[in-house]
Design a protein around this ligand. Structure first.
Ligand SMILES: [Zn+2]
Length: 189
């Protein structure tokens, strides 16, 4: 690695799904990672690919600061679960009586790279001490709840990105950043 303040990660996926086209599922998964890469200071997107000959195989390369690795890992499974969730209200239950956050965790557990990265972040001493400090104050520390809201705000843009990835178009850091910044302007106006 040629840099000191951030770490490079490759997040891959091989999601199983019966109802949905695997390429669509994979494209949304990778689009979630790609969008996350421009949503934190010091992080950047290096590239996104999906292998159309091997549905389910996607790869997003990104750089991120160590304290943001949990979010980066979470965003792919979040987008995959969000795609499968469809138009149901987010506070509803699906046909298997699962909540949306159950579904995100379900996807995460099937993605060994994402789960490993998420788990390493979650068990980092710094994260454990934040949770303990909050618990001492009688508060729970659930960054996922904030991440869910952040990602839902950019869900239309993640879908746009997914369509490009699905079509085999290359997606650059600049393009994704432009999409994200346009969303922020919309929210501000
Ligand atoms: Zn992933």
């Amino acid at each position: 690695m040629t840099f000191t303040s951030s770490t490079r990660f490759a997040l891959s996926s091989a999601p199983p799904s019966a109802e949905h086209d695997l390429l669509d599922v994979t494209a949304h998964h990778e689009a979630g990672h790609a969008m996350a890469a421009v949503m934190r200071g010091g992080s950047s997107l290096r590239g996104v690919t999906i292998d159309v000959d091997r549905p389910g195989h996607g790869l997003t390369l990104l750089r991120t600061a160590p304290w943001d690795t949990g979010f980066m890992a979470y965003a792919g499974p979040w987008a995959e679960a969000r795609f499968v969730w469809g138009n149901r209200p987010l506070d509803a239950h699906n046909d298997n009586d699962c909540t949306f956050s159950d579904c995100v965790v379900g996807v995460l557990l099937h993605q060994s790279d994402d789960a490993a990265m998420w788990g390493a972040w979650h068990h980092e001493p710094a994260q454990e001490s934040v949770r303990q400090a909050m618990a001492d104050l009688g508060m729970t520390f659930a960054p996922e709840e904030v991440w869910d809201r952040e990602l839902e705000l950019v869900w239309p843009e993640i879908q746009t990105l997914a369509q490009r990835i699905r079509a085999g178009e290359s997606v650059t850091d600049t393009e994704v950043r432009d999409l994200y910044e346009a969303t922020l302007l919309d929210v501000a106006n």
